[in-house]
Every structure is written in C-alpha cells, then in structure tokens.
Design a protein around this ligand. Sequence first.
Ligand code: SF4
Length: 276
Amino acid sequence: MKVILAEYLGFCYGVKRAIGLARDNARADGRAATLGPIIHNPQMVSRLESEGVGTVESPAEMSRGDTIIIRSHGVGPEVYEEVEQLGLQVVDATCPHVKQAQMAAHRLVSEGYNVVIIGEKQHPEVKSIFEWSGSKAVVIDSEEEAAELMPCAHMGIVSQTTFSGEKFNQIVGVLLSKSNDVHILRTICTATDQRQTAAIKLAAEVDLMLVIGGKNSANTTRLAQLCAEKCSTYHIETASELRSEWFDGIENIGITAGASTPDWVIKEVYEKCKKK
Ligand code: SF4
C-alpha cells in the first residue's frame, strides 16, 4: 500500500508563531494561560499545559500580573481593554493575517462601507473580525445568504482567513449584484489556499484520504469536505481512530492535516498506515 503526504500540510506560520510565543512565556508559577485553547488541537493543549501554560475562558479568571496569551484567532478590541483594566501582562499571538482581516473590517466601516464578512459565524476568528467592525458587519457563509442581503451604496468584503477560496469566489459573485461600489479584500491566507489545493490534488489521485486534525478545527473540517468530493475520506484526530476495515481493497492512501495539527500526530498516522 502506498501512503502519500500532501505537499502542504500541518502547522502553518501563524500557529507555529503562537505556540512559540506561548512556550516562551510559560511560567513556572503557573500564572500564564491562553485565552481559549491556543489552537484547535487537544493534544497540543495538553502538552502546553504540562509546560506551564494553562487555558482560561475569560480574562476575569486571572489576577493582576498574570500573563494572558491571545491566541492566533485574535480577539475584539473590548478584550484588550479588559485585560488592561485587570492589569494582566499581554502576549499577543494573533496571527498577522488575522490582524490584517480585523484591521480591514475596522477600516472599511470607518470609510463608510457596509461590511460583509464571509466566514463561519461561530468561529472565534470571525467573531474577532466582527468585533473589530464595531459589531456592524454582516457575517454570511453561503450564496443563499448573499442573495438575501439588501442592496447598498458601498459594500466592503473581507474573509475568514481559513475560508475556501472557491466558495469565497462564488459568494462574491452573488454580492457583486448588490452594489455598484464593491471593495473586495480577499483575506484568505496562503497557508489555507496551499493546504486546500494540495489536498484536492492528492484526493483526486488516491483511493482514500485521511484528514488529520481537531474535530472542532474549521480549516481541518474544510479540508475533509473538499477531499470527500474526490474520494472516500475520514477525518481523524489521532492514529488511534484508524480502523482496519477502511483499508480493505485500498491501494493508495493520501494524508493531509489542518493548520493546527502537530507534526508528531501526522507522523504517528503515517507510520501506522505504512504498516497496513
Ligand atoms: S491558517 Fe493562516 S491565518 Fe490562520 S493562523 Fe495559520 S497562517 Fe494565520
């Protein structure tokens, strides 16, 4: 059986940077924590915990002088105000690409545009972009929702960084009929595009795709959806989920992984598949 890794897979620049910053700011006294899980990967979260970086759900759980690490998804302006008032030390690991999307939404609103964010409403990154729009943007993730929007004089469009490039183009196609002045800022990051393109290419060449990453990771779930359009696909978090029956009659297996999947998890799956 042949096992092929996608050309681009696993940790992206923003995640590597966030984990590096968290590790650099670990505290032996246990007074450092990320605001929400550092990335959507439970294995990595446990590993960081053992290194002295915990997780809190709200800055209010921390005390003056504690170190709070803002994860790569970013947060809205109110959170920066809150952590300052609480006297916390802030380590901002917001991915620069996410920052760019946040600032784009902020600027477009201040320039008088009706801002549309193309992304998943419940995703923390999208929430942070929404908050930087002064909570004035509309969030949509389908052509149907785009079709329902009222026409307006000036429309500004930004995207969730991990949104599918193809779907973004389709939605923008609908939005173009809603205004004579549409300002498009395609804030999809290259890491996402590269991983999606490589996954689709590989999925078209193999019998089975394994997509590794947190079940709550938006970009991993998106990779799994795209691969499933080409071949039989399983979304797994670790090698322990692999089932022998999946490999019956399979000659070629492709492997990809989300931007928040650690290398050691990918390696484990790869090694186990090689032994099948
Ligand atoms: S997927 Fe892109 S935007 Fe998101 S953290 Fe990685 S590099 Fe940053």
